[in-house]
Structure formats: C-alpha cells, structure tokens
Design a protein around this ligand. Structure first.
Ligand code: BG6
Length: 486
C-alpha cells in the first residue's frame, strides 16, 4: 500500500542550527508556493523549555536571518507560523515524552506522521524506542534520519539496529542533502534522459573521472563535531560516494526507490578496497594551516580548534570500480575545507583520438563537465579548428558547448535541498534517501582506508588555506598521467 501524505511533521532538534538555517527556510519556501498539504501541522521538539509562541518567534527570526529577502513572504510566514507548535522533550524524561505523545496524537488526527530526527545520532535509537512505547511508531509513520549515522560501520550498525527495532527499512528515510540538490538530480536526467551519453559512458571511452567538492569555509564553530569526523567521514563517506554512485551506476529500470538504490549499492560494493598496503599510494590526507582565501588571511585548523589534532580536513583518493563498465578507469575523489573556491564538479575526460590527421596541432581529449555548485552548468569540451588560412597546418583550439542551467531555466525558482526532501518524505517517496545497505557498503570501504592510515601511522599533511591540498595530491594523479582540474 503506498503511503498517504503526512498530516504531521515532527522535528526533533527543532531549535538547532540545521533547523534554523535549512529546515525552517525550506518549509517557508514550500508554504509560499502552496506545496505543503493544506492540513499539515508541524511540531517542533527539543530539550529547550520554551513554549509554542517562543518557538514561532524563534522561527520568524531564523527566517529573517537565514533566508534571502527576495525569498521571504509575509503572508507565507504567517501561514507557516500558524502550522507550528512546540513541546519540549528530553530523552530519559518519560513525562516529557508523554506530553509530546499527547500532542502528536492530537495534531495528527489519524493521518500519517513524519518524524525528522535532527539530534545527535546516538539518540536516534532511544527516540524511536520512546515513540514506540507511546504507541506512536505504528503504520502510517516514517522517520527521517540526519547524518552522520555512525562514525564507522560498527557504530552505524548500532544506530541502524536501534531504529530498525521500531521502524522497518521502507519507513526509514536517511538524509543525504546532496540528493535533494537540483543539479545532482539532473545528473540522472542527463544520463538517462539522453541517448547521447550512454554509448560512451564506459571504460572504452572514458579515461578518467574526477569528483570534487571543495569548500572555502573552515570548521565554523563546529570544531568539536568535526574533529571526531574529518573530511572522510563528514563528506566523502556520504556526499562524494553518492555522487560517485549516480555517475557510475547502471541505468535503473524505473525511477523508484528500489530500482535506483539497487543500482547505487552495486557501485559501492564494486569499489576496490584500499587497505594498509594501498593507502600511501592511493590516498592523500591533509589538514589546513594558516593561509589566505580571496585575499583574506585565515587561521589554521589547529588554531581554530585550540588543540593538537590528526584529523584530516582534506582527502583525495584514486578509486576504482571493479566491474565491466569501469574496469581500470580511475575515479579521483577530492574534498576539502579552506580550498581556493567553492566548487562542486564531476568531470569525465574521454580518451584521446586514436590517430591525429593534424600534424603539429595539439589534440586534447574531449571532456564533459557537470558543475553542481556554485553555478549549475554542463559543459562539453571539444576541439575546433582555429580560424585561419592554415599555411603552417591546421591548428586546433579547445572550445566549450556550455549550458548555464540557471539562465536556461531563469523563470524557475532555485530550491533548497530540503524542500524536495521534505516533500518526498511527506508524500512517502524514498527514492532520494539512502538505504541501509548503501551506508553499510560506504562505511566498509571508508573504514578500510582509516584502518590503513592507522596501520601505516599516516598523519594528514599540512596545506596552506587557500590551496588545493598538500603537494602530494598532484603526484597522486600525475603518477598516472592525469592532472587535477583547478
Ligand atoms: C555537510 C557537512 O553535510 O555538508 C558540512 O557536514 C559541509 O561540513 C556541508 O560544509 C556542505 O554542504 P553544501 O550543501 O554547502 O555543499
């Protein structure tokens, strides 16, 4: 039976940073465009002992602070605030959960409920158990889980097991907000809505792939969290591996939760393990030192953190997918904080022409560039004749067929990732959420690299803020005749 749209969204951690920056602004945008189900109520809960009126005030302030003026709308804000309610609840305080349960029962009115857990993940199991004990986790309820689910496979298993005691997998929606991004979904449209790419989308025609998620920000007051995770667990295990899956997966037979996720998990399970004997050759970990970004001096990671640390803020990996489609094609993955610019991109470089008929002309390989952030564009790099009379032979230049998605769809609103994710969760569509076997396969691969680093005593190498990582990153690609995009 397919789920019915929820009549209640309950957000745990509703006073937190994510709620203020992303969740509440996304709900306002949906309200503004009339996309929330008419009767939907939104119940916030957290430990803060505030009442519903204060929560509404805090919401209005968060909107003012984090939502661009052009996207705000007074009537929509009033409409959103009318939907909001708040009850404080603390795990371990059964009485507070009793009050929460009473409110959930009153507000859902027999309809479906989405619980969005945006608290410390170690609390997820306990929250689900409490919901169950209150009779609030039965049919018609589903749960959204924020990352990071675990720190490694064992801790992820413990969290997933706790939630699975109460909710079966089809009712668990693990969030990777990259999957809510328009550009990321367009990757599927590009691959599977065009016949042009499929014939060349394989090892016979593709020489190398690069996936870069570069950020200019540092750890921004999140040092305590970040220091336990590092770039590998915070970004690579989830966002980059999801981008890798969408780039490398086989065509699913349908755009539905099972078909899409079945194909993604096959990619993750085909990743060639990188263990203690390979880490030195196939990975680079870095940590930013003081430097400058856009002409502004910024401190190093250790200064920001205020203590010694071996946590990596940058990681680069040369990965391989051992299957027929991708045999021997390197997938270079790279992510870091304090890079020279914010830049998320998938780059597929094709193999060169088999034989050049233009002696003396430089024939560069074609490439497809899918830029996801900050702009969304698709660029096909081609060789073209340089205009001229060719007295010294034909000369070639690299040119680009360049599609700016924002210009192309100028009349369409740019959506926040959570707008899409909330709508899908409210409507009960799990396609853009991560299934348990995907997170497990991703952790398994990432854990082996961590074990390898530990076994080899490898510490991250420093790189000045505002550069593309430690010098050895260049060697990682150059050893194999490739160079990073910059
Ligand atoms: C989050 C990470 O998942 O993604 C952050 O925890 C990171 O460290 C953020 O800054 C990046 O997201 P976006 O949407 O800004 O690319």
């Amino acid at each position: 039976m397919s789920p019915t749209p929820a009549s209640l969204l309950t957000i745990f951690g509703a006073t937190g940073d994510l709620a203020q920056r992303m969740l509440l602004p996304s709900l306002l945008a949906l309200q503004r465009d009339g996309l929330l189900p008419p009767g939907l109520r939104i119940l916030g809960t957290a430990r803060s002992e505030i009442d519903a009126a204060s929560f509404r005030d805090a919401t209005a302030q968060a909107i003012e602070r984090f939502m661009p003026v052009a996207d705000r709308d007074e009537a929509a804000l009033r409409g959103l605030l009318d939907r909001l309610d708040y009850v404080p609840a603390a795990l371990g305080d059964a009485a507070s959960f009793g009050c929460l349960a009473e409110r959930v029962r009153a507000l859902r009115g027999g309809g479906d409920v989405v619980y969005h857990l945006s608290t410390a993940p170690r609390l997820y199991g306990g929250i689900c158990t409490m919901l169950d004990a209150q009779g609030l986790a039965g049919p018609g309820t589903r749960v959204m889980l924020e990352k990071p689910i675990g720190h490694d496979l064992a801790s992820a298993d413990a969290i997933n097991d706790g939630v699975a005691q109460v909710f079966e997998e089809a009712r668990i929606y693990r969030v990777d907000h990259y999957l809510g991004k328009e550009g990321v979904q367009n990757l599927l449209a590009l691959r599977f809505g065009n016949a042009l790419f499929e014939p060349i989308w394989n090892a016979r025609h593709i020489e190398q792939v690069q996936i870069t998620v570069a950020e200019t920000v540092g750890v921004e007051g999140r040092g305590d969290y970040y220091d336990d995770y590092g770039a590998m667990r915070d970004m690579l295990q989830n966002h980059l591996l999801q981008l890798l899956c969408l780039t490398a997966m086989e065509p699913p037979s349908q755009f539905d939760p099972s078909a899409v996720r079945n194909e993604k998990v096959k990619v993750l399970r085909s990743l060639r393990p990188i263990g203690r004997n390979e880490v030195a050759q196939e990975t680079v970990a870095g940590q930013y030192a003081a430097g400058a970004i856009d002409g502004r001096a910024v401190p190093g990671y250790l200064d920001e953190l205020g203590r010694a640390s071996r946590t990596e803020t940058f990681v680069a990996i040369r990965a391989h997918i051992d299957n027929w489609r991708w045999a021997r094609v390197p997938f270079y993955l790279r992510t870091g904080k304090r890079m020279p610019r914010r830049w998320t991109e998938i780059y597929l470089q094709l193999r060169g022409v088999p034989h050049s008929i233009f002696p003396g002309a430089r024939v560069e390989p074609n490439a497809l560039v899918i830029r996801l952030q900050p702009e969304e564009r698709i660029e096909l790099q081609l060789m073209s004749k340089t205009p001229g009379l060719d007295r010294g032979g034909v000369q070639l230049s690299r040119v680009a067929l360049d599609l700016d998605m924002h210009e192309e769809f100028a009349t369409h609103r740019r959506r926040l990732a959570y707008e899409r994710l909330y709508l899908d969760a409210i409507e009960g569509n799990g396609t853009l959420f991560v299934r348990r076997d995907e997170t497990e396969a991703a952790w398994q691969w990432v854990d082996a690299i961590h074990d390898g680093w530990r076994a080899q005593g490898l510490a991250p190498k420093p790189y000045p803020a505002g550069t593309w990582g430690p010098g050895s990153t260049v060697t990682l690609a150059e050893r194999h005749g490739h160079s990073w995009r910059e």
